[in-house]
Every structure is written in structure tokens, then in C-alpha cells.
Design a protein around this ligand. Structure first.
Ligand SMILES: [Zn+2]
Length: 501
């Protein structure tokens, strides 16, 4: 069985979980679930980023120690992911001991390699990004482009990672690993950053105490990138359990487009310096915007995902997040869009299909599902739906995957409308049509389960199928002819009652 290690970014604990965090985490969850369906041994990691100046400041404002403050915020993420049915295998907090020892180890290796050196830094610094910017990276008036707030002039003695030495090594590595960043245009963006010239970046601060001390100079604490990025290593045993680390590394990273520089340029250079293999791949998402702006506490346009779950259910929300935006591009969250997707794809398509099938099987087949025909006209639709769905999940493209799965739902609804079994007398012809429809629905249930797992389990049970849909394995479970017939089909309540805005 092959191992598949998938990560989300770790989320900074100065903000509570919002739609932007939920977006990437739900994408990751669905991809992890798809790889489990493929029979891979999956390790899906998320967590919280808990060190740094902003956390220390937020803790002070809250009247708490930094540790007590982070202890109060990290569980909000764990609870939110639990409520959204996120199947993470681990949740790392950067204040954990396993992380601290690994960060010290990584820093020491890069220092020993001669790639970390002491230097004086003067620059324009956004305290919210924790990032220095050059003039051409700022808006007029020295405003940070992300935060729209003025940067500060900072001068201090820092240790620097000599990123400038890595241009050729990075270009060579990417040339040897084509397609490792998807979508392709985001990969080109990363290559553009590398070709454009690389500046050394600061890896330590003396002005901050809330962080991990450098192992060779404890007046300095590790600054942002060596601390945060290293979570991907330390969570699977780097620095504490080599055997486990070697089993899982390298990881597949899901990241947002705003952290391409750090994840696709800094990070592989740091790993090359330390003699560690760079990541297996990166899938780069756009932002889920709200009112045309990135959601952030600073801009005040934060949508709490758990409020939306109250309206459309966990799966209604998950489906929207996965289906509505092509991963890689920006999406714009609107409440009307959420309800529109819910009604068209879930209530009218999937919900209606199940209701029709269960009703007709109840009335015309005594509630017992008939066997599908091997030569059903739906068999080809199912085959091509599976092929396209699988390819799209493989490309980390959930919206395309779901569209391909929904093509089988649409084909099955059209097949029923063409045959009108509800008008026919019970008999072999109705049985044949309904057996085919049940089989198509069974395949849909398997294919949609990474996106809407609870709903698919419900459908699975209403079709009379035993066990857990998540225990199915593709391609076998997506192959035409798996519905055995003779099972009791249950109608039940509407899966997705229609909503009005
Ligand atoms: Zn900023």
C-alpha cells in the first residue's frame, strides 16, 4: 500500500477559524478521502501556528500568557474541523515539544551547511505579514498590499538564510520535477519568482521572546518560516522519530496563492540545504474572497463557516466550497451562490434522483431493488464519469471531479425521464430501468463520498447496501454491476430540502 502524506497550511492563532481556513481544510479533507478510496495509506495533517510577535501581542491584549492564549485558540480550530467532518489524522501545534526539537534540528543542519549567517537587516516590515517588503512590493504610501496598512522601518541583527545561493539548485530541481506545482500557472509563478532573483531572508529575531531559540545562539528565536514550515516535518517525526519520518516524507502540500514564495521557493531551498528531499508536490489555491477582498480580521469581512452550516448542513457547505470555485482561481463567496448551488446540485439533482428512485422502487418493485443490466445504456456514462472524476481528483481539482460525478446524476435523471418508469406497469421493463438507476446511484455515492461523506453514507444505507461507503475501494467499487439487487430500498426524508434565499 502506498503512503500519501497531505498537509494544509497551519493557521495562525491570532484569528479564529473563518471561511478562508475552512476552504483549504475542506479541499484537503476531500483529497485525503479520495486517496483513501484509492486504497492508499493516507496521513492528513493540519494544525496551528502559535509563535511570533503578533501572538505575544494578542495574548497581552487578552491578559493571558502566550501559552495560555494559544491554548485557548487552538481548540477552536480542532472543534471547527470536527464540526465540518474533517478527517485529519493529526493536528500539530507549533508549541509542542515534538515540533521544537525538530525545528532546532533543521536550523542546526542549515547552519552547519553554512547557509545561515549573522547579518544586519534594515527594511520595511509589515508586522501583520511578518514580512519585509521592497518598495516595488508595496502600495503607494508604503502600504502592505495584503493588509492595506503602513509598514514599519526596522533595523536589527538577524541570522539570514542565504537563499540567494539557491537559484540554480531550485531551477534544476524544478526542471527535474515538472508538474510538481498545480495548477500549472501557479507553478510558472513560482519559477518566475526564482528566475527573478532571490534575496536572503531573515530567520531569527532578538526582539521577540515567544518562539523557539536558535540552538547555537539562544539570544535569537526562530522567526516565522523555519518555525512554521517545519511543522510538515516535525509532525511525522523529524528530529524525534527518523523511521516514522522516512515512512511519510515527502509531503503533498495544499497552500494558498499568497504563500507561494514561502512554500515553493524558501521551503525547498531550506530542505535542500538540510539535505532533505523537497516536497512531493504543491496544489495552490486562490482565495475565497468575500465582497471581492481576502477574508481577514483586518479587513473585517470575516464569514464564520459554522454559521453557514446551520443553514445548509455540513455537506451543503462542503459541497459549495468544493464545487463552486475552480481550485487555483479565486472564488467569491456569496450567500446567494451558496443557496443556488445547494438547490440546483443537491436538492434538484442528487436529492431528486434518490427520491425518484426510492419512490418508484417502493411503488413498482415492492421496495426491493432490482439487479442492473450489464449492457445498460448508463454503463458507459458511469465509466466515463469515473474516469473523469478520478483524473480530476488526481489533479487536485475538486470542482471538476464533482462536475464529472454529477454528469452521472444528470444522465441518470435524463434516463428516468426518457423511460418514465413511474407511468409503466410493474414488470421486467420497470425492474431493468430501476436496477440501472440504482446502480448508477450506487456509483455516484462512492464517487461523491470524499465531498459529502455523511450524505453518501445515508444514501448507501437507503439503497440497502451494507457497511460504510468510505470502506469502498476504487476503481472496483466504481465498476458497473456492483449493485447486487434484492436489497430493501428506503425512501426516507428529503436529503436536501429546497431553500429560499
Ligand atoms: Zn501585511
Amino acid at each position: 500500500m502506498s503512503n500519501y502524506f497531505l498537509t494544509t497550511p497551519i493557521y495562525y492563532v491570532t484569528a479564529k477559524p473563518h471561511l478562508g481556513h475552512a476552504y483549504t481544510t475542506i479541499i484537503g479533507d476531500a483529497i485525503a478521502r479520495w486517496h483513501r478510496l484509492l486504497g492508499e495509506n493516507v496521513h492528513f495533517l493540519t494544525g496551528t501556528d502559535e509563535h511570533g510577535q503578533k501572538v505575544a501581542q494578542a495574548a497581552e491584549t487578552a491578559g493571558l500568557s502566550p501559552q495560555a492564549f494559544t491554548d485557548s485558540i487552538a481548540p477552536l480550530y480542532q472543534q471547527a474541523w470536527h464540526q465540518l467532518n474533517i478527517s485529519n489524522d493529526d493536528f500539530i501545534r507549533t508549541t509542542e515539544q515534538r515540533h521544537k526539537v525538530g525545528v532546532a534540528d533543521l536550523l542546526q543542519r542549515c547552519y552547519d551547511a553554512g547557509d545561515i549567517e549573522l547579518d544586519l537587516y534594515k527594511g520595511k516590515y509589515c508586522i501583520h505579514c511578518e514580512e519585509y517588503y521592497t518598495d516595488d512590493e508595496l502600495d503607494p504610501g508604503d502600504l502592505c498590499r495584503i493588509h492595506k496598512l503602513p509598514v514599519e522601518h526596522v533595523e536589527e541583527e538577524n541570522y539570514f538564510f542565504r537563499l540567494s545561493r539557491f537559484q540554480d539548485r531550485l531551477l534544476d530541481w524544478y526542471a527535474a520535477h515538472p508538474g510538481s506545482i498545480v495548477p500549472e500557472f501557479r507553478g510558472n509563478e513560482a519559477l518566475g519568482l526564482i528566475r527573478g532573483g532571490l534575496r536572503d531572508f531573515s530567520v531569527s529575531r532578538t526582539s521577540i521572546t515567544w518562539g523557539i531559540p536558535l540552538p547555537w545562539d539562544d539570544k535569537h528565536v526562530a522567526y516565522v518560516w523555519f518555525d512554521a514550515l517545519a511543522n510538515y516535518l516535525t509532525a511525522v517525526g523529524y528530529g524525534s522519530d527518523d523511521e516514522r519520518f522516512n515512512e511519510w516524507w515527502p509531503a503533498h502540500h495544499l497552500i494558498g496563492k499568497d504563500i507561494i514564495r514561502h512554500h515553493c521557493v524558501y521551503w525547498p531551498a531550506m530542505l535542500l540545504s538540510a539535505g532533505i528531499e523537497p516536497p512531493a508536490g504543491w496544489a495552490v489555491g486562490g482565495w475565497l474572497l468575500s465582497g471581492g477582498e481576502k477574508m481577514s480580521k483586518t479587513t473585517g469581512n470575516v464569514v464564520n463557516p459554522l454559521d453557514l452550516v446551520a443553514d445548509v448542513g455540513v455537506d451543503g457547505f462542503r459541497y459549495y466550497v468544493l464545487a463552486d470555485t475552480q481550485y487555483g482561481n479565486d472564488g467569491d463567496f456569496t450567500y446567494e451562490g451558496l443557496i443556488g448551488r445547494y438547490n440546483s446540485d443537491l436538492a434538484n439533482n442528487l436529492g431528486n434522483l434518490l427520491a425518484r428512485v426510492a419512490t418508484v422502487v417502493g411503488k413498482k418493485c415492492d421496495g426491493i431493488g432490482p439487479t442492473p443490466r450489464p449492457d445498460s445504456p448508463l454503463a458507459t456514462a458511469a465509466e466515463s464519469s469515473y474516469a473523469t472524476t478520478a483524473a480530476a481528483w488526481g489533479d487536485s481539482a475538486p470542482s471538476r471531479a464533482l462536475d464529472a460525478t454529477w454528469s452521472l446524476i444528470r444522465a441518470t435523471n435524463a434516463f428516468l425521464e426518457a423511460n418514465e418508469p413511474w407511468k409503466a406497469e410493474p414488470g421486467p421493463e420497470v425492474d431493468a430501468v430501476m436496477g440501472d438507476a440504482l446502480e448508477a446511484l450506487r456509483i455516484v455515492t462512492v464517487l461523491a463520498s470524499p465531498a459529502i461523506p455523511d450524505t453518501c453514507q445515508t444514501v448507501w444505507e437507503r439503497l440497502g447496501l451494507p457497511g460504510r461507503v468510505e470502506d469502498q475501494r476504487v476503481p472496483a467499487a466504481a465498476t458497473w454491476g456492483g449493485y447486487p439487487g434484492g436489497l430493501t430500498v428506503t425512501k426516507g426524508e428529503a436529503l436536501f430540502p429546497r431553500k429560499t434565499v
